[in-house]
Design a protein around this ligand. Sequence first.
Ligand code: ADP
Ligand code: MG
Length: 481
Amino acid sequence: MSENNADAGLPNGWQLVVGLEVHVELATKTKLFSASPNRFGDEPNTNIDPVTLGLPGALPVLNKFAVELAMRVGLALNCEVKPSTFHRKNYFYPDLSKAYQISQYDQPLNVDGFLDLPGGVRIGIERAHLEEDTGKSTHFGGNTGRIHGSDYSLIDFNRAGVPLVEIVSRPDIRTAEQARQYVSELRAILVAIGASDARMEEGSMRCDANVSVRKAGDPFGTRCEIKNVNSIKSLGRAIDYEARRQIDILESGGVIRQETRHWDDSDGRTHTLRTKEDADDYRYFLEPDLVPLAPSKEWVEAVRLALPMLPAARRERLASATGTSPESEAVFVVVERGQDDYVLAVGEVGGDLSRALVHVQQAYAEEPSEPRVPASDLAALTRMETAGQLTATQAKAVLADIVAAGGGDPATIAAAKGFEAMDTSEVEKMVDDAIAAQPDAWAKYLAGEEKAVGAIVGAVMKASKGKADGKVVTAIIQSRR
Ligand code: ADP
Ligand code: MG
């Protein structure tokens, strides 16, 4: 891959450097080291047990399925799965009742991978390691939801001990847009492999952005780590803000202090949270209650073989089948929703693939990933369209009925709606009548004012009660120029 020289549009030759740390909660039934349920949204402090709370004498037992999901993540990100160990990361915080988090330190499970952005830029993955989540504090009183200025805080330990994978990218990202693409592609991969539901709004996927700036060709500058970025949109905003903040400091002769900053979505700024702690501060040491984790070659290979097709490959497949660009919105959306197999099934039973793609994108937003409507019904609908028996607008209306009913014969529904195909000569006459009735609009159109044609098209649509095919109308109008 060539060097990533994408330009973030920063002033005076400044270049942006970003590395992302993404935490994802794994879709296990139980926690990483205990049998308590891993479930979001339950009554606070109901999914807990002595291990979760770190009560004296409680011992962790590693969840095998969590390891398997973590390996899926690593393999899908082209990492090497290696023998690994668990460490205690020691710090005090109210939502961490053990006063340490079990994490992986110098021997993580997955190392040295990469993720290719849809545009082709390759972002290195340093590591993807297993660790446990902390509990969750909620701060009340004050109006920021932050501990500062709050009256009291409540703690919910349901999340404590939920398995996480932390995916650490290399500092290969050069624009806010690439950062957004990275997170959305990563999200799509995690969902596709069943590792996580990866919902940023529910916190099952969380992203910290490390941001620095430098003059192109210089060594990397000092980075700040930005926390609390809760959506892909805020990620872009936070990076843009932070880059400009650092440039302002550097251009006025200051230096960047390495620190952790908090993104505030409401004022659109980052604020100092704490100066950066070092690994030394955490007094990492090997977790004495767990043995090393060394998945066998056979297990790793079995997990690799069982990986499903990844989103990028599925987009390619869908794009080439439907004759669309792999970067088109429709292809992205349909693959993201997991409806691409359905579109292909419509093709297999004789439907028009490109029309099927458009319909699935538009009509199946509310449907579960595998639509309930039999593929053969949608195939029949697209055939009526390509045969000129239905306009695109009519087909949409027929499909809405089919979707609502969970299936149906498009020809019957079209007939019931009075959608008979219009004879071209009939449409031609309507166009000529509309031109004759609006000589001013026609003259403007002939004089090059494209917009003026709207009045003619509108009149034809009205005269045909919406039955005329827009494409046919436009073609006839052009033939009259
Ligand atoms: P820490 O524990 O300090 O957060 P990690 O190793 O977990 O350190 O993560 C460091 C992250 O910072 C990685 O994503 C890495 O790509 C990124 N990074 C390292 N140096 C820079 C830099 N100069 N500018 C921007 N990002 C950087
Ligand atoms: Mg980190």
